[in-house]
Design a protein. Structure first.
Length: 413
């Protein structure tokens, strides 16, 4: 089935990952599609900007190679992926300790041995948790009552000390909340993906991922600078005042525009994160690894230019540090002091390049959390995004794929 007389079968509002996946699948099914993006580029929250010779992602993000949707859709070689060191560094009152995944090939024990980061009881619990989540079918992880991550970790036998030293600091940066209130079902899936995949950054910045997705669309399928003001009986009205018609409309925007375009739509709360980007003439850590803090002064910090040299100009380093919530007066000053302590470096001469706050960085995912929801909201009206699945690249792509399947099924009737 194809569009007739220049009228597409489907209009997709929003050019983030969900909208791009939906558009690609519908085009593959033979439908005529047009994707309307309000900004000057595709990607939504997943974009990168040049800034004084640096590459600045819109908030700190990493790319996980294990996601099924990623492997299905993207030629990973084209992204020129650069890996982070498996594991993390944890800054504690006893100094900085290393947690490194023992299943990886580097065979470096780090501090994951009795008496350092973890006790014997915690090591046994960690081995059991990781073995189950890594080897069990994904469907098995979805079974049973959904509880908070905090409850799941306690039931798995972890001591409170290990949870506070490792899991809470690390997962606060994953789920953008520090109370471990996220669905345990989601935790298991995320833990599984981390064990099975590699955390990386594309050589050209995180924005290379949606750009590569968009390359698979038909010519002229994407229209940039086209904000949609409302849905009409026959399609949509764009900001310029014109109307575009289609047999179906898929809203694939962020939560604010989605709520405006689809009154009454139920949306979760969203987590806010702010990332501070500092430039330094010397790298404070000669390794591409995440560093967390048991005092929870920040979510995580890392030297991005150690992972991808092109993130900073020659002779410079780029450090990204994320915190929960919005930027506040004076926060960067005390954050700089905290970074001096955890890196063991003089941060007084670091330049603050820019601060990026993402108000809708991640949907809240308390239990019970459905891992996928229908995208149908009314006849000919659909909505997709990570808020309809899980807050991840996998969730956004899977939601877009589900929207495409449901649209295709309805239009074929």
């Amino acid at each position: 089935m194809t569009a007739k007389r220049g009228v597409p079968d489907v209009l997709i509002v929003g050019g983030g990952l969900a909208g791009l996946a939906c558009a690609r699948d519908l085009a593959g099914y033979g439908f005529g599609v047009r994707l309307l993006e309000a900004s000057d580029g595709v990607g939504g929250r997943m974009r990168s900007d040049p800034h004084e010779g640096f590459v600045v992602d819109r908030g700190f993000q990493v790319f996980n190679t294990s996601y099924p949707q990623v492997r299905r859709r993207l030629a990973l070689r084209e992204l020129r992926l650069r890996p982070f060191t498996p594991g993390i560094l944890v800054h504690t009152e006893d100094g900085t300790l290393r947690f490194e995944d023992p299943t990886r090939g580097r065979r470096r024990p780090g501090d994951l041995r009795p008496g350092r980061l973890a006790g014997t009881r915690d090591l046994i619990a960690l081995a059991a948790l990781s073995g189950r989540d890594m080897l069990a079918p994904a469907g098995w992880l979805r079974r049973g009552e959904d509880r908070t991550t905090r409850t799941v970790l306690a039931a798995a036998g972890f001591s409170e000390e290990f949870v506070e030293r490792f899991f809470r600091p690390f997962l606060s940066g994953v789920f953008l909340e520090d109370q471990l209130e996220t669905s345990g079902r989601v935790f298991h899936l995320v833990w599984r993906s981390m064990l099975r995949g590699t955390l990386c950054l594309p050589g050209a910045g995180i924005g290379a991922v949606p750009r590569l997705l968009a390359e698979g669309l038909p010519p002229d399928a994407v229209r940039l600078g086209a904000p949609v003001t409302r849905l009409t009986d026959d399609g949509v009205e764009v900001d310029s005042g014109g109307e575009l018609a289609a047999r179906a409309v898929v809203v694939a925007t962020g939560p604010g525009p989605a709520a405006r375009l689809l009154p009454g739509l139920s949306l979760p709360g969203y987590r806010v994160v702010t990332t501070y980007y500092h430039a330094a003439t010397r790298s404070p850590l000669a390794e591409p690894v995440l560093l967390t803090d048991t005092r929870r002064r920040f979510l995580n910090t890392c030297v991005l230019s150690e992972a991808v040299r092109g993130y900073a100009p020659p002779g410079m380093s780029l450090i990204a540090t994320s915190v929960l919530g919005h930027d506040q007066e004076g926060r960067e000053t005390w954050l700089r002091d905290a970074l001096a302590e955890v890196y063991g470096a003089d941060t007084s001469q670091w330049d603050l390049l820019t601060v990026r706050t993402v108000p809708d960085a991640l949907p809240a995912m308390p239990p019970p959390q459905p891992l996928s929801r229908t995208t149908r909201v009314a006849p000919g009206r659909y909505v997709c995004g990570d808020h309809r699945a899980t807050g991840s690249v996998q969730g956004a792509l899977a939601s877009g794929a589900r929207a495409a399947r449901e649209v295709a099924a309805d239009l074929a009737r």
